[in-house]
Ligand binder design. Structure first.
Ligand code: AMP
Ligand code: MG
Length: 315
C-alpha cells in the first residue's frame, strides 16, 4: 500500500481544522459522507479542482457535486425553486443531490460545472462531513475518492490503497453506512431523475406528488457533439493546429503566439484549470473559428483532449 505520504486525520476538532486548512491551501482531502468517501477540494479554486481529476486519473471532465454544510449555504451559490425547497426540506441532510441554476458570480470554478450554468449540490448527512464543511466554511467539490474506474471507497483504508501518494490527507471516521452514491434530481425545468442512488425514487416522487422525468442518459449523445449537458463554444473548433489560419483564433498550449493560452509553461494542471474559462472567453470574443494547439495525451491531457474533441465534433 503506497500511503506513506498520506496524512491520516482523526475526526476531532484538531483533525477537522487541519483538514480545512489543507483545503484552504488548495490541497486534496478525502472525507467520509454517509454514501462513500469523497475526494474534496475547494470548489472555488480552479487548480485544486484540476488536481481532483489528476489524482483520480479521470479521462473526462464530468461536472462534480459540490458539498455544503446546510441549506442556507446552498442559497449563496444556487437559485432554489419550489421543487428544490420541497426536496431539500424532506431529504437534506441526506443522500440526495440537486441540480440547480448556478448564481452568476458565486465564484464556483468552471471546472466544477464543466462550464455549465447549473450546479449539482448536496448537504451530506454525516457529522464528520458536516464538521469539515463548517470548519472550511465554503463549497467543497467532491467525487468519490477512488481512482477512475475503480470501486468507490467506504473506508479510509480503501482511500489510502487507491490514492495514497496522490492526495494530501484523509479524515478517518470508519465505514460509510449507505455505501451507494447519492440520487441526483434536476430541479432545472421539469423535475428529472438523473441518477438513481441512496434515496429511493418512490420517496422522491411521493414528496413532490408527481412522477420524475427520466431523461435519456445525458452521457449517451443522440448524435456526436450533441450532449445537452456539455458546454461547447459557439465557434467551429480545429484541433492539433500548429498555428492559426486566416480568420481563426488560436487557443494555445505552450510557448506559441496565441490570442489565449491554456498554459504558456505547457503545464497540464494549469491548462485543465483554465480550460472552461478559456472556452467561455472565446465565446466572449465572438470567435467563429477556433484553432487549438496540440495537447499531450497523457495525465490531465487526456481529459482536456476528450473535452476538446467533443467541442470539435460536427454539430
Ligand atoms: P460523481 O462523480 O460520482 O460525484 O458524480 C457526479 C454526477 O453528477 C455525475 O453523474 C454528473 O454528470 C452529475 N452532475 C454534476 N453536475 C451536474 C450538472 N450541473 N448537471 C447535470 N448533472 C450533473
Ligand atoms: Mg465515483
Amino acid at each position: 500500500m503506497n500511503n506513506e505520504q498520506l496524512l491520516m486525520l482523526r475526526p476531532d476538532v484538531a483533525g477537522l481544522e487541519k483538514a480545512a486548512a489543507i483545503l484552504a491551501e488548495g490541497g486534496l482531502v478525502s472525507f467520509p459522507t454517509e454514501t462513500v468517501y469523497g475526494l474534496g477540494a475547494d470548489a472555488c479554486n480552479d487548480t485544486a479542482v484540476a488536481e481532483i481529476y489528476k489524482a483520480k486519473g479521470r479521462p473526462s471532465f464530468n461536472p462534480l457535486i459540490v458539498h455544503l454544510a446546510d441549506v442556507e449555504a446552498v442559497t449563496d451559490f444556487c437559485k432554489m425553486n419550489d421543487t428544490a425547497h420541497q426536496l431539500a426540506a424532506a431529504f437534506w441532510p441526506g443522500a440526495l443531490t440537486l441540480v440547480l441554476h448556478l448564481t452568476e458570480g458565486a465564484g464556483v470554478s468552471k471546472l466544477v460545472t464543466a462550464g455549465l450554468d447549473t450546479l449539482a449540490v448536496r448537504v451530506p448527512d454525516h457529522p464528520v462531513a458536516h464538521g469539515l464543511l463548517t470548519a472550511f466554511g465554503g463549497p467543497v467539490a467532491a467525487p468519490s475518492a477512488n481512482p477512475s474506474g475503480r470501486v468507490s471507497p467506504t473506508t479510509a483504508a480503501h482511500v489510502a490503497a487507491g490514492l495514497g501518494g496522490k492526495i494530501d490527507a484523509v479524515v478517518d471516521a470508519g465505514e460509510c453506512h449507505v455505501g451507494v452514491e447519492s440520487s441526483i434530481v434536476s430541479c432545472v425545468g421539469e423535475p428529472a431523475l438523473l441518477r438513481a442512488g441512496g434515496i429511493p425514487v418512490e420517496a422522491l416522487e411521493a414528496c413532490l406528488g408527481q412522477p420524475l422525468a427520466v431523461p435519456q442518459d445525458p452521457d449517451v449523445p443522440a448524435a456526436p457533439g450533441q450532449l445537452a449537458s456539455h458546454y461547447a463554444p459557439q465557434g467551429r473548433v480545429r484541433l492539433n493546429a500548429a498555428s492559426a489560419e486566416e480568420g481563426e483564433v488560436l487557443l494555445g498550449f505552450g510557448p506559441v503566439e496565441a490570442a489565449l493560452n491554456l498554459s504558456v509553461a505547457g503545464d497540464l494542471t494549469e491548462a485543465a484549470a483554465r480550460l472552461f474559462a478559456c472556452l467561455h472567453a472565446l465565446d466572449g470574443m465572438g470567435a467563429k473559428r477556433i484553432a487549438v494547439s496540440p495537447i499531450p495525451d497523457h495525465g490531465l491531457g487526456r481529459a482536456i483532449n476528450d473535452r476538446l474533441k467533443r467541442a470539435a465534433a460536427p454539430r
